[in-house]
Design a protein around this ligand. Sequence first.
Ligand code: KIV
Length: 271
Amino acid sequence: MSVHTERRKVTTHRLSEMKLRGEKISMLTSYDYSMAKIVDEAGMDVILVGDSASNVMAGNETTLPITLDQMIYHGSSVVKAVNRALVVVDLPFGTYQGNSKEALSSAIRIMKETHADSVKLEGGSEIQDSISRILSAGIPVMGHLGLTPQSIHKFGTYTVRAKEEVEANKLIEDAKLLEELGCFALVIEKVPSELAAKVAQELTIPIIGIGAGGGCDGQVLVVHDMLGINQNFSPRFLRRYHNLFAEMKGAFSNYIEDVKTGDFPNERESY
Ligand code: KIV
C-alpha cells in the first residue's frame, strides 16, 4: 500500500519503522487550519508548526520574537485540521533554554492547549536537561541541529554550518546524545550532505534534512517557500513547486478590476 493511501495516523513508532524499511519521510510546515488540511490530505507524514511562523506569518526578520501563546494559537489551528500526519510544534526562543522546569511547563502548555503529538527544540548538549525533563513527562521530542535559526545572533549568518571538523564532530556527538536521551527524530539543517548522511547512517532514529542532502531519512521545507508565496528567499536547497505569489497576485488584480468595473457581482451572484 502506498503511503498516500495509508490513512492510519502517523506515530513516532511508525516513523522509526519507515526508517527501518528505508521509506523516506515527508515533512512540511503549516501554521493555520486551511493550509494544514490540504497538506494532511496530500498525505504528508509530518506537519511541523515551525517557529518560522515568525517570518512567514508575522513578517519578522528572525524566529526570535514569536511567543509561546502565538505558537499555541498556530498549533491548535493546525491540529484541528489534521487526521493523519504527526504534528510537531516548535518550542519558541526563550521558553526552554537554561531552565528545564520552564522547558517542561512550556512543553506541557503546548501539548495541553494544542493537542499536538510532540515538540521540537533547537540545540544539543547545552539543552540536554530541558530535553530529559520534557521526555520524562512522556512528551515526544524532536531535536534540531546544524543551522539553528534561534541562535542566528550567535552565528551571525544563515550560511552552511559544520563545514569545519570541530563543528562537524560536535554535531555528530550532539546527534548521538539526543538519540541516547530519547528524541524520536532529528532535524538537521543546512550542513554538508556527507555529514548529514553519516549521521543518518550512524543513528537509528530518523534524520530529517533541510539543506542537508539526499542521504537523510526524510526532508522538510517551509510551505510558503516551496509554494513560491515567499519570494525573498531562494537558497540553493529550496525546490519551488509553484509560483503562488504571481498566481495569487493575478487573481487579486482580476478581482480588483471586476469590482472597479462593476462586473462583480453579476445577477447570478446576487439575491
Ligand atoms: O521553523 C521551522 O520551519 C523549522 C524548519 C525550517 C525545520 O524549524
